[in-house]
Write a protein that binds this ligand. Structure first.
Ligand SMILES: NC(=O)c1ccc[n+]([C@@H]2O[C@H](COP(=O)([O-])OP(=O)(O)OC[C@H]3O[C@@H](n4cnc5c(N)ncnc54)[C@H](O)[C@@H]3O)[C@@H](O)[C@H]2O)c1
Length: 260
């Protein structure tokens, strides 16, 4: 049984459908009711039982209610995908407190809430399992104009790297998904921005153009499925990331040299 946050669209929907095709039951958690209904219908057509649970991942009580519902209806949770996320662009010097609250609330607190609500029960059920946290290449390379988003995704990478060590004794694997461009609705993230966190001055800077190819969510979900099966930590879907990663590592190595 798999639980997927952000399952109403994009990568989350593709993950739900990939699990459904594997014969798993899925719980879809999202803010977007019609989007969840569409994912559930497609999972049903693939022969899987699917349950949609309206959830705002930035609120701990809602994620705890999601976990209650998952265990009540399905009896066990084997895979948890903390995938819901939003993006905002613009220089850090211009980021508003509301930008921080919104993006950190969904992208980082959302993942933390997933851990708080699910990990103790996954350990207690003694059946192993797997947790997939969706970060981004923005969690490994800090592109200009994406500072708020980068901050949350670096944190999700660090959290996941540590979690994989912490949960190894319990037979619970961890993967962190770090894609570059994927053809989803992430660039229309503002559709999910709550009224109390809107900027009074309107939306910030224009969208940042990413380098590299845009992959489909289905391609990305297939790579995640393989990583879960093989119990691999890093799911880095774009080889275009290799050179910028090398350059970052070289800068870090130079930092050590210059700090001797
Ligand atoms: N698309 C890309 O290029 C790309 C690249 C790297 C990482 N990512 C990450 O992939 C993940 C999925 O995004 P996507 O690209 O599929 O975008 P998407 O906008 O298509 O899907 C995101 C989903 O998250 C949901 N969501 C937003 N706020 C929520 C909240 N508070 N509670 C519950 N659900 C919420 C949305 O309703 C939507 O269904 C995100 O974490 C994103 O940061 C995307």
């Amino acid at each position: 049984m798999a639980v997927v946050t952000g399952g109403a669209s994009g990568i989350g929907r593709a993950l739900c459908l990939a699990f459904a095709r594997e014969g798993m039951r899925v719980v879809i958690a999202d803010l977007d009711g019609p989007g969840m209904a569409e994912t559930a219908a497609q999972a049903g057509a693939a022969g899987a039982r699917a349950l949609a649970v309206p959830t705002d991942v930035s609120r701990l009580a809602e994620v705890q209610a999601l976990a209650d519902r998952a265990w009540r209806d399905f009896g066990a949770v084997h895979v948890l995908c903390n995938n819901a996320g939003v993006g905002v662009s613009g220089g850090l010097e211009a980021a508003t407190h509301r930008d921080w609250e919104w993006v950190v609330g969904v992208n980082l607190w959302g993942v933390i809430h997933g851990l708080e609500a699910f990990v103790p029960r996954m350990i207690a059920q003694q059946q192993g399992g797997h947790i997939v946290n969706t970060a981004s290449m923005a969690g490994l390379i800090a592109s200009q104009g994406l500072g708020v988003y980068n901050t949350t995704k670096y944190a999700v990478v660090g959290l996941s790297e540590t979690l994989s060590k912490d949960l190894r004794p319990y037979g619970i694997g961890v993967s962190v998904l770090c894609p570059m461009g994927v053809t989803t609705r992430i660039r229309q993230s503002a559709r999910n921005r709550p009224a109390h966190l809107q900027n009074p001055t309107g939306p910030p800077g224009s969208a940042v153009e990413l380098i590299g190819r845009y992959l489909t969510p289905e391609h990305v979900a297939e790579r995640v499925l393989r990583a879960v099966r093989d119990n691999r930590l890093y799911v880095i879907t774009h080889e275009e990331g290799l050179e910028p990663l090398r350059r970052r590592f070289e800068r870090l190595a130079r930092g050590i040299e210059e700090s001797r």
